[in-house]
Design a protein around this ligand. Structure first.
Ligand code: G3P
Length: 225
């Protein structure tokens, strides 16, 4: 499973990129707004910091304007993926941008039927929002299960990757991985939470304590007398 990071904060992206675990970045208008910085400046910095796909979302609502915005965003860097909403205009824009060779992420997916349409429109990625479904007491993970199952029926015609979005906690990542989702986009906080386990901390402390009592070091071992 690939890991994207769901933020437009360049400091956080750089800090987490050094782990070598990041395969890409997703942004949206809300995340860009949160930075308080100009869109093109932020996206250019992110594309320079990460080799993988960087999703940048259009804000127009009609297809022609979405295509124009998408072309402008795609010109920022080769790793830009244009993000369009799951509307009829968004799907038209998706098809047109894909025909030009631009990668497209179709976002705001909340139903399997929508995911089928996005695949038909040639989407490179479909972004089902699981946390927002959980928020309204619907099973977000069931949506991933359904989409993965549907897409698997057409391995030779559907080339759309399932990109699990609106992730709230590490269990979402685990469940999505068990279902074989292609990508999960993680808020930085969730990526950091994934490594935490009290028994890891406790076990490491005990190992180091016992080792310290021996007075030995690995790099400068004691020579036997
Ligand atoms: O980037 C899209 C998605 O991940 C948003 O998540 O937390 O705003 O529901 P959230």
């Amino acid at each position: 499973m690939k890991f994207f990071i769901d933020t437009a904060n360049i400091d956080e992206i750089r800090e987490l990129a050094v782990t070598g675990l990041l395969d890409g970045v997703t942004t949206n208008p809300s995340l860009i707004a949160k930075t308080g910085r100009p869109l093109f400046e932020v996206l250019a910095e992110i594309c320079g910091a990460i080799e993988g796909p960087v999703s940048a979302e259009v804000t127009a609502t009609n297809d022609e304007a979405m295509i124009a915005e998408g072309r402008k965003l795609a010109a920022i860097a080769e790793n830009i993926v244009v993000k369009v909403p799951l509307t009829w205009d968004g799907l038209k824009a998706c098809r047109a941008l894909r025909a030009r060779g631009t990668l497209v992420n179709v976002t705001l997916c909340f139903a399997p039927a929508q995911a089928i349409l996005a695949a038909k429109a040639g989407a490179s990625f479909i972004s089902p929002f699981i946390g927002r479904l959980d928020d309204i007491s619907q099973d977000g993970m069931q949506l991933i299960r359904d989409i993965v199952q549907i897409y698997r029926q057409y391995p030779h015609t559907i080339e759309t990757d399932v990109l699990v979005a609106s992730v709230r906690h590490p269990l979402h990542v685990v469940e999505a991985a068990k279902l074989g989702a292609d990508v999960t986009t993680l808020p930085p906080k969730v990526l950091r939470q994934m490594i935490s386990h009290p028994l890891t901390d406790k076990g490491l402390a005990a190992f180091l304590d016992d080792w310290g009592k021996t007075g030995q070091t690995i790099l400068k071992p004691k020579v036997a007398e």
